[in-house]
Design a protein. Structure first.
Length: 226
């Protein structure tokens, strides 16, 4: 704590498990003993993680030795899926992770679905080569274009709210909505060799940037190919 404050941080945020409520007062007392305002210490108490495998919840007990180590969990589903699912619920909600779904490489898996949207856009932009990319409209926006533009414009406010409310779970939820809107736009409208190619390439590029940034905020890779 002393090290954090001496490095210039205004607030020290600690994430503890549901069975460690007693440490909240101890951490604040430690801050006071070190000469810092206890109000500068924030403690988030996260609920337990329940793992579902084969449709059944895994029973865990430290006393019996029935535990799942993080290394094994990551080896089972991968780093990206582990980070996504662990940050996908707020501290007041129990985190339930379907291990079978999290390991699945299909669009049923939300992290794969969002990553696939980013990779698909990367493919479109590769195929476009040196084609013109311009935000200027030559025709009125179609419904799917308008909805995607509106969704992308929400990103700064979504990110700011997630930081202010200590609610990172808002970022994965938003990324899924962006991917939904992009896929609807892509299925309804041709991008390359269309009358609106330059604008639609710009819209694709904007969607790619937002998806990549959202994934980066929760520590998940934004692949160029899948």
């Amino acid at each position: 704590m002393h090290d954090k404050f001496e490095r210039g941080f205004d607030i020290a945020i600690y994430v503890l498990g549901a069975d460690h409520h007693g440490y909240v007062a101890r951490l604040k007392a430690a801050a006071a003993m070190l000469g810092y305002d206890p109000a500068r210490v924030e403690v988030l108490i996260y609920q337990l993680v329940h793992l579902i495998s084969g449709g059944r919840q895994t029973k865990m007990s430290k006393r019996r030795g029935d535990v799942v180590f993080l290394d094994d969990f990551i080896e089972e589903i991968g780093v990206d899926a582990a980070r996504w699912y662990l940050v996908n619920r707020g501290p007041d909600q129990t985190i339930e992770i379907d291990v079978d779904l999290a390991a699945e490489r299909s669009q049923k898996n939300p992290v794969y679905y969002v990553q696939y949207a980013h990779a698909r856009i990367a493919g479109i932009l590769r195929n476009a080569g040196d084609a013109e990319v311009s935000p200027e409209l030559r025709a009125p926006l179609a419904l799917e274009e308008r909805e995607l533009v509106k969704r992308l414009a929400e990103f700064p406010a979504v990110a700011a709210e997630a930081a202010e409310k200590r609610g990172p779970q808002g970022i994965p939820s938003y990324a899924i909505r962006v991917a939904d809107d992009f896929h609807r736009f892509y299925h309804e409208h041709r991008v390359l060799e269309s009358d609106q190619q330059a604008f639609r390439l710009a819209l694709c590029r904007a969607a790619q940037i937002v998806i990549a940034r959202a994934l980066d905020l929760v520590g998940v890779e934004a692949p160029e190919r899948m």
